[in-house]
Design a protein around this ligand. Structure first.
Ligand code: FEO
Length: 394
């Protein structure tokens, strides 16, 4: 199935309702779309492809409009296989097509697929004429990989923005912002940005600034996942701008693990103490919250608190995974609280504290180590830590 964006420009993408986890990591309760576009002019161009298993459905979409063997340009904004997996299939049919991408993408293409079609490597802001329509390529380093670019269709003022301004959630035939409940998209696009692009937040800010500096009019933003914004393209730009801002939020998020409820008890005593000080606080039990939701609530929290039982003399394993994410996603340095629970030797907090300090976080005192139920002295430490956290927030 296809949709017309404007005269001669078509949506030819597909919905994925089968993949449970994006990148095999991030839950997809509403599916995801792989957006692809076809421009029919004197030359025929495809912008973005789809994930490999959806190649046949996608080629059928193309056939509704043109014969795929007549495609002149296959424009790949990004080489990640959710965008390019169908390349070997279309290359068997569109044998006269030229692949268009950045220099770094060329090397990736060779390593991933080794497709031997002609290729054209485009510089930043280079243009290609399709006849009446012109494409301008805007390099967009690290949005989401270093080889990534966006494509701007100048006459129709459509920005094909790749992963930037994307969202989880399949489209189910509702391809445009004015056809969709944007409350769902608001949640899913923030979860998408936080789980996929958090390591590169500064590049989102730079990308937005670069597009603004080009002084181009944008009538439509067509990302590679999620809806196409034709009613209000700035709706998603403003949100991406806010969610990627380096400024931290005035709140605290507690992330804890628990095996038998003792660490849970400390987490909720701390939550109560914080609320008594009017601190805005969110809490996640690491085993029952999805990691993507935890990342949404921690990536810009003014203070993060981690609570971990000791497990085999180490932090509870899912807490270790969360700390891996803090490091991998290069969370901004900030104050951090720590509490733990143990039955005999302990070890979780002794191992977490120096690791977090080495990462540049300011570990607040007191760090709390409780054996089972907190005693009066430990209850006092919880109230003391709450005061320290409140003092770090505005
Ligand atoms: Fe949509 Fe970076 O992949």
């Amino acid at each position: 199935m296809h949709r017309e964006l404007t005269k001669g420009v078509y949506y030819i993408g597909v919905d994925d309702h089968h993949t449970e986890y994006f990148e095999n990591l991030w839950k997809l309760p509403f599916g995801v779309s792989y957006n692809s576009f076809l421009i029919v002019d004197e030359k025929i161009a495809i912008i973005e492809l789809v994930k490999g298993p959806w190649a046949q459905e996608w080629i059928e979409n193309i056939k509704e409009i043109v014969d795929p063997k007549d495609i002149d340009y296959i424009i790949m904004n990004h080489m990640e296989p959710d965008h390019t997996g169908a390349l070997p299939e279309i290359a068997k049919i569109a044998t006269n097509a030229t692949m268009v991408y950045t220099r770094m993408a060329s090397g990736m293409q060779e390593s991933f697929y080794d497709v031997s079609l002609e290729q054209k490597i485009v510089d930043d802001l280079e243009e290609i004429s399709l006849g009446e329509k012109t494409l301008k390529f805007v390099h967009a380093k690290f949005l989401h990989w270093p080889e990534t670019m966006m494509t701007y269709l100048m006459e129709d003022r459509i920005l094909f923005s790749c992963d930037a301004f994307g969202s989880y959630g399949a489209l189910n035939g509702k391809h445009f912002d004015d056809e969709i409940d944007l409350r769902m998209i608001e949640h899913e696009s923030r979860r998408y940005l936080s789980s996929i692009i958090t390591s590169y937040l500064k590049f989102i800010q730079r990308g937005i600034q670069k597009v603004k500096n080009l002084g181009i009019d944008i009538e439509m933003i067509a990302p590679s996942h999620g809806p196409i914004y034709r009613d209000n393209p700035m709706w998603i730009v403003e949100r991406y701008d806010r969610w990627s801002s380096p400024e931290l939020e005035n709140n605290c998020t507690i992330v804890y693990g628990t095996m038998y409820g003792f660490t849970h008890r400390v987490a909720y005593k701390l939550k109560e103490a914080l609320e008594n000080l009017d601190v805005d606080v969110k809490v996640h039990n690491i085993v029952y919250s999805d990691m993507s939701d935890i990342i949404v609530d921690t990536m810009r929290a003014g203070v993060i608190v981690i609570g971990s039982p000791t497990y085999d003399a180490y932090p509870f394993p899912p807490i270790g995974t969360f700390v891996d994410e803090l490091e991998g996603k290069r969370f901004a340095q900030r104050p951090m609280g720590l509490f733990g629970n143990y039955g005999w030797g302990g070890g979780a907090i002794r191992k977490l504290k120096p690791r977090l300090q080495e990462d540049g976080f300011e570990v607040l005192e007191p760090t709390i180590r409780v054996r089972g139920k907190p005693n009066d002295e430990e209850e006092e430490q919880i109230r003391h830590l709450a005061k320290e956290i409140a003092s770090k927030l505005g």
